[in-house]
Ligand binder design. Sequence first.
Ligand SMILES: Nc1ncnc2c1ncn2[C@@H]1O[C@H](COP(=O)(O)OP(=O)(O)OP(=O)(O)O)[C@@H](O)[C@H]1O
Ligand SMILES: [Mg+2]
Length: 264
Amino acid sequence: MDASALAFTKIRQEFPGPGSAPPTCVLDGVSFAVREGEFIAVIGPSGCGKSTLLQMAAGLLVPTGGQVLHRGRPVAGVNREVGFVPQQAQLFPWKTLAENVELPLLLRGVAPAERRVRVAQALAAVDLDGFEHHFPNQLSGGMQKRGSIARTLIYRPDVILMDEPFGALDAQTRMVMQSDLQTLAIDARASVLFITHDIAEAVLLADRVVVLSQRPSRMLADVAIDLPRPRNVFEPFRNPGYEAAYEEVWSRFRTQIALGSRVH
Ligand SMILES: Nc1ncnc2c1ncn2[C@@H]1O[C@H](COP(=O)(O)OP(=O)(O)OP(=O)(O)O)[C@@H](O)[C@H]1O
Ligand SMILES: [Mg+2]
């Protein structure tokens, strides 16, 4: 039995084309695992199937071929044991921010007094205290995104799926969130599968970076990032070994981007 937190084995995904168009093969034999307590970042060109992989782990999509194991068991149906921060913040528009963030605790039968304390902690952790009673349409895009992160982390899932969680944030908030996520993941010994477009972010946060190719997507590389922790996300160049790790990931990824003569 596979004891990994999550294991993707020979994942293949085809989507039907529109009308009579042939199907599109998105993922073609992708295999990798997230071991217990490990932080894996996945990078790959837009449209290569990164969000599709997370949807499979969350149990929202059954792959055309291959299988996804969560703690050795096939994912079948919606996987409520993993925390999922989707690419688009999806707060319920008719609920306040505090009600949105509280929801996972309500569903798990946590007592009201504890719910209040944990909601306050979760909102403070993403710097949203004072906005408890705002509705999502009264928050900026970045604030909604942080609310969606608070809603996932509040129930302390031990496997966390994050789809470009910091992409919509301003550069300063993003660094603070990266730093907090690093601390949180280490403290909670959480296993994290983290999608990003940002090589620097992948190198700063991850134990391993999985690089995917263009569609039909295959694994190009699985790069171990052996920088000491905790890492300084505010001044990346101060981490010993950072430049070499960045270079290694970039050398694999650059083949997938049309650069022409832009870089030598
Ligand atoms: N339900 C669906 N039906 C048909 N095609 C789909 C469906 N979901 C995804 N696709 C296609 O699969 C491909 C991969 O989509 P996916 O959202 O996984 O990409 P991605 O790597 O997350 O891209 P991005 O970096 O832009 O977020 C795209 O070409 C998309 O059009
Ligand atoms: Mg995506």
